[in-house]
Design a protein around this ligand. Structure first.
Ligand code: AMP
Length: 283
């Protein structure tokens, strides 16, 4: 496993590999790696001989200074976590100055309706930050294919749009959500949960499963009311939003249409830690 910290080193190494005809998979992350990240890397390795994993806590995508400050940064542990992949994985962990070249600000993108709801609505500027850093990373790594988790489903759609807007020659592939046995979606932020919060958090996936079960019988409005009531009675978790939306456009569901895919999306606070999750409802 190689650990690379600068653009120049990365480009030297990758150009050698590309000359040999090796295709490159790419898994961008913010580190504090867990089995959810590993599931993306494993899938990428079924399609590419070499996978670049970037580890970079991107300042421009945080709308909350405290969240940025407290985001776990454990590069040494991350390197150990990836050691078993040997030379099939390159870790790219640049500094903000190296990556952004001194101007650490977001570009302004027009992601259309995709950025107006849910994460876009509740985290102003978030997707411009995500788009900016991924555009920089894609242009450096020049991967054949990049892999993103459905855990951040809205982000996955935004990235597909980014690639069209920036005309980047990379295929974007979504991967399923990797969960703990109790259903809680794996997340780097889970490391900050107290034992009590860890006990409470599986309620999030349970509420999504209930939504999926009742999707055929109840309207979106009835389901929303049911979920909101469930959280109002729950002492340890505060609901930020719950939405049922079209899985392609993210438009909130008002009337179900045939041949359309729908998903439920949720954001919940456990104390000051914000957790998100989602589930397919009819596919
Ligand atoms: P992050 O480090 O949280 O920015 O995540 C990096 C990538 O891993 C993103 O594409 C996430 O969607 C994905 N990811 C994070 N957690 C999971 C999970 N539990 N299952 C699948 N993918 C995940």
């Amino acid at each position: 496993m190689h650990l690379i910290k600068t653009k120049t080193q990365l480009q030297n190494l990758l150009s050698q590999k590309k000359k040999k005809g090796i295709t490159i998979g790419f898994v961008p992350t913010m580190g504090a790696l867990h089995k959810g990240h590993a599931s993306l890397i494993d899938f990428a390795l079924t399609k590419h001989k070499l996978v670049v994993v970037s580890i970079f806590v991107n300042p421009t995508q945080f709308n909350n200074a405290q969240d940025l400050e407290k985001y776990p940064r454990i590069l040494e542990q991350d390197c150990q976590f990836l050691a078993t992949y040997k030379d099939k994985v390159i870790i790219y962990a640049p500094s903000a100055t190296d990556l952004y070249g001194g101007n650490i600000t977001s570009k302004s993108y027009n992601f259309g309706d995709l950025e107006k709801v849910m994460e876009g609505e509740h985290r102003p500027g978030h997707f411009n930050g995500v788009g900016t850093v991924l555009n920089l990373l894609f242009r450096e790594v020049m991967p054949d294919e990049a892999f993103f988790g459905e855990k951040d489903f809205q982000q996955l759609l935004i990235v597909k749009k980014l690639v069209r807007l920036e005309k980047l020659p990379v295929t974007i592939t979504g991967c399923p959500i990797f969960r703990q046995k109790d259903g809680l979606a794996m997340s780097s932020r889970n490391a900050r949960l107290t034992p009590d919060q860890l006990k409470a958090a599986p309620f999030i996936y349970a509420s999504l499963q209930t939504t999926r079960k009742q999707f055929g019988e109840k309207s979106a409005l009835e389901l929303k009311k049911m979920i909101e009531k469930g959280y109002s009675l729950h002492e340890g978790l505060d609901l930020e939003y719950f939405e049922i939306a079209n899985a392609q456009t993210l438009k909130p569901l008002s009337r179900k249409r045939k041949n359309q895919k729908y998903r439920a999306f949720i954001a919940v606070f456990a104390g000051e830690i914000r957790l998100i999750d989602n589930i397919a409802l009819n596919y």
